[in-house]
Design a protein around this ligand. Sequence first.
Ligand code: GDD
Ligand code: MN
Length: 373
Amino acid sequence: MGRLAPMLSVIIPTFNEKENMPLIIPRLVSVLEEEGIPHEIIVMDDDSPDGTAKAVGSLQKRFPQARCVVRKENKGLSPAVIDGYREARGDIYIVMDADLSHPVEAVPGMYRAIAKDGADISVGSRHTKGGGIENWPFMRRFISFGAAMMARPLTSCSDPMSGFFALRPEVIKDAPLKPRGYKILLEVLVKGRYNKVKEIPITFKDRELGESKLGSKVMIYYLQHLFQLYMFPGSAPFIKFLFVGGTGMVVDLGLLTLLLILLGDNKFDLLSFRDIRFFHLYQGVSFLYAVTWNFVWNRYWTFDAGKGSGSRQYLKFFTVAIIALCIRSGLLYLAVEELGFKGMPLYHIAVVIVIAFVTVINYLGSKLWAFKK
Ligand code: GDD
Ligand code: MN
């Protein structure tokens, strides 16, 4: 690597990892020096009673590039990592565990994915081809798999729970990272600004020294964190779109019913009109109202597109809605009149299929055209 190789900041959160310091720091330095990667090592320690900070201190003569930051407030793994980002002075940051569960040999590859291959984030991944986990009982694998599945709509990364990942500082520069966000990589993947994520296969080894700090409350924290991330504007847009569409249908039908009750000829027979054109008028009004409702929610929440021109977005969104409406009527007409989807189960099946199809069209039109950034 040339002389102008970007500098790597290695951030290691610790709590009671005294025994692991004399193992991980020399190994890291040896791997990084061999590859000619300029680096600093920052141990983010939560004032561990076992003397982790002292252990780092006594290594500093041999490895002046390593230092320990002792944190006395706001303790916890995620806040320690976020504080570590503030301490870091490098061009690329990497976070890893102290207990050698994350192989130091993978660090240069993760560094190069960003320094050379143009990735913005690289993840040491257990679930990508070639990765794995050593010595984990079935139950822990099962829980880990379930937890990863629940995050699936939020990111395409196969191992968003990994605590081993590197990134460019720009990814998180303006991201509203919450230290309470329990899985910090997942937090970064949902809130960060990036284009390319590269996964590097790793084999996760259970720790040999010291003990795991992550107790039983972690599952509750994780579920809370997931909930926050699903609510975050712009995350999991297809799910939000479906949800908004559902509320839009309620708004549409609710308003139509209300108009028929208030303005119809006979509130006991909502479809009695002196003039059927009134019915179509009320239908149009509630449709317009529902489209507007959907627009507002999709703009700010589903697609987080509040910065774009609202009137242009509205025009496009409305156009998509009208086209989708026409397609829906056309297809239903076809199904009933030409293909004979009449009567109790057949007609309903046709309706479900047509609505599913039109929803996808609506979604793509919104995402790729109306709210395109
Ligand atoms: N500063 C700080 N504060 N560090 C902490 C704290 C804390 O409250 N709790 C844990 N750490 C440090 C540990 O010292 C270790 O370096 C690292 O965070 C991971 O903690 P472990 O206790 O070894 O966690 P684990 O092995 O169960 O979990 C690992 O696997 C998960 C994926 O299954 C970690 O890598 C997680 O980051 C990862 O998500
Ligand atoms: Mn561990």
